[in-house]
Write a protein that binds this ligand. Structure first.
Ligand code: GAR
Length: 193
């Protein structure tokens, strides 16, 4: 069974593009019905438009969190969204908002959580001389990067790696992991219907 997915972005949107393509190529049976950015200049907005997906800008600089989330909630409901995928979305959602969408918000984070939470996770891994890092897809709850982990993928760090090369290595795995998790959730969702 497929989901009606909304993807929330703040920037480049490569994970977003990858999910859209997986849906279009029927690797997933879900559909991406909406892309919302909290930044007006997010490159991912242009990409989503090319795929003819409805896009919205909710500028988090000019909107108070309460207004931002109430508008977001309305747009999601209007489009009958039943799964929200955060993909490089760099705004923290409030406890109140997250409670309204229990186990319906996923996030991808570029580390093996609980290690290297928050911003610049790849830089944190390099600075800590970690031997490995990776990526995690988890449900979003009211603790930043603290929700239930669904799946993770380890990426080895070589002595030659810097933040940039590590970010690229992790991103390649992120793209695979997000699709793997969505497939699993589609299966579970199908069983529950
Ligand atoms: C990805 O590496 C994602 O894991 C990270 O931002 C990047 C977005 O890339 N997210 C976080 O750090 C969230 N804490 P993308 O816009 O190309 O998908």
């Amino acid at each position: 069974m497929g989901f009606r997915i909304a993807i929330l972005i703040s920037g480049r949107g490569s994970n977003m593009k990858n999910i859209i393509e997986a849906c279009n190529k029927k690797k997933l049976c879900s559909s991406v019905n909406l892309v919302v950015s909290n930044k007006s200049n997010a490159y991912g907005l242009k990409v989503a438009s090319k795929y003819k997906i409805e896009t919205h800008i909710l500028d988090s600089k000019s909107l108070a969190t309460e207004s931002f989330e109430s508008l977001l909630d309305k747009i999601l409901k209007k489009n009958n969204i039943n799964l929200i995928c955060l993909a490089g979305f760099m705004k923290i959602l409030s406890k109140g908002f997250v409670k309204k969408w229990p186990k319906m918000i996923l996030n991808i984070h570029p580390s093996i959580l609980p290690y290297f939470k928050g911003l610049n996770a790849q830089k944190q891994a390099i600075e800590n001389n970690a031997k490995y890092s990776g990526c995690t897809v988890h449900f979003v709850n009211d603790v930043m990067d603290g929700g239930e982990i669904i799946d993770q993928k380890i990426v080895n760090i070589s002595t030659h790696d810097d933040e940039d090369s590590l970010s690229k290595k992790i991103l390649m795995e992120e793209h695979k992991l997000y699709i793997k998790v969505l497939k699993k959730l589609e299966k579970d969702y199908g069983k529950s219907k």
